[in-house]
Design a protein around this ligand. Structure first.
Ligand code: MRU
Length: 339
């Protein structure tokens, strides 16, 4: 089952509701752009490549639900929907990348029917390509792992963060498929616990040995010699930094201190090499995510809260970037990556 897909009978989006995991596995339907935006903001669908697919399908949703009576009116509707969808989460570049790619597909359309068809084909292609790219990326990345390695990861860069297979977890899956004995240490990933709720759930399903730690234990386990490699995903890769889930930078600095390779696994669509770290907005999330744990209050309700969803890891901490086009090493030249 894919994390996110298009229902051709209903012309709507289906997706796994990731907020319910690990307690409940439920597929929900989004039949309006508003319900898709709510699902993105609430992280029912999350992870940069899955957001890429959501953006593309979101434009398809806008096109199919539009009452436009001319191609120009349809363009206005999908462009407005695109702006609303992109605004839901500013850091993951895949969202704007897919929205713009799908909108561009309308260029040669001669009428509304054709435009809808082109849009849906392009959105579906983004989702299909994601699976194929992750499989290729996984095979490249598997060459970096040795039999017996323990890999630490942060957040969830698995099949639920993508359409299928995963990036960081895709590398681990591919290495396991090659017969290598790989174990995983998953950081819980406060405050929304994507590591403990989703990464461990995925790995337990696949019978891949995984040990859960809190984020603050990473230095300790590295110092104890319990980690051979760190692999994380990415939400955006600028010329000078890798943006990923808050806490990633801490693990990268600790990995360097302990001579542990720190790998980033991401499709080329995550690269934004035209920009530098300073130009990127880091999403700030609701303080309630830190004042409560689920429905349980864990901080005074009037305490000041700082809740950035992502951090930036400077390139000097990155040992290699694993993409569907191969593995890239410093100084990470964009012309090599976009072959
Ligand atoms: O806030 P989230 O859960 O969407 O953050 C996700 C991450 O930071 C992932 O590591 C990243 O998107 C890569 S997913 C292949």
């Amino acid at each position: 089952m894919r994390t996110i897909d298009w229902d051709y009978k209903k012309n709507s989006i289906t997706m796994t509701d990731q907020t319910l995991l690990p307690g409940e596995y439920k597929v929900i339907e989004c039949s309006t752009v508003d319900s898709l935006c709510e699902a993105i903001k609430r992280l029912r669908v999350r992870g940069a490549p899955a957001l890429g697919a959501a953006g593309g399908f979101g434009i398809a949703l806008a096109a199919f639900k539009s009452n436009a009576s001319s191609l120009n009116e349809l363009m206005d509707d999908i462009e407005n929907a695109g702006k609303t969808i992109i605004a839901t989460r500013p850091t993951a570049v895949n969202l704007s990348w897919s929205v713009n790619r799908v909108i561009s597909a309308v260029e040669d359309a001669r009428n509304i029917k054709e435009a809808r068809m082109f849009i849906l084909d392009e959105a579906k292609a983004i989702a299909d390509e994601d699976v194929e790219k992750n499989m290729r990326l996984g095979e490249y990345g598997a060459s970096l792992l040795e039999d017996g390695d323990t890999v630490m990861t942060h957040c969830n860069a698995g099949r639920l963060a993508c359409v299928d297979w995963g990036t960081a977890l895709g590398v681990i899956r591919s290495a396991r498929a090659e017969g290598k004995d790989i174990k995983v240490i998953s950081c819980e990933t406060r405050p929304l616990n994507q590591g403990s709720r989703i990464t461990t759930w995925e790995l337990v399903q696949d019978k891949i040995p995984v040990t859960l730690i809190t984020d603050s234990m990473s230095g300790h386990v590295m110092r104890k010699g319990m980690v051979d490699k760190v692999i994380v995903g990415a939400d955006r890769i600028t010329q000078d930094a890798v943006f990923n889930k808050i806490g990633t930078y801490t693990h990268a600095v600790l990995a360097k201190e302990h001579d542990i390779p720190f790998y980033v696994a991401a499709p080329v669509s995550t690269f934004d090499f035209e920009r530098m770290e300073d130009e990127i907005e880091i999403e700030l999330r609701d303080p309630g995510e830190m004042r409560y744990f689920g429905s349980h209050q864990i901080a005074p309700l009037d305490v000041e809260v700082y809740n950035p969803a992502f951090d930036a890891t400077p390139m000097e901490y990155v040992s290699a970037i694993i993409t569907e086009n191969g593995i890239f090493y410093p100084p990470f030249l964009i012309d090599e990556v976009r072959i």
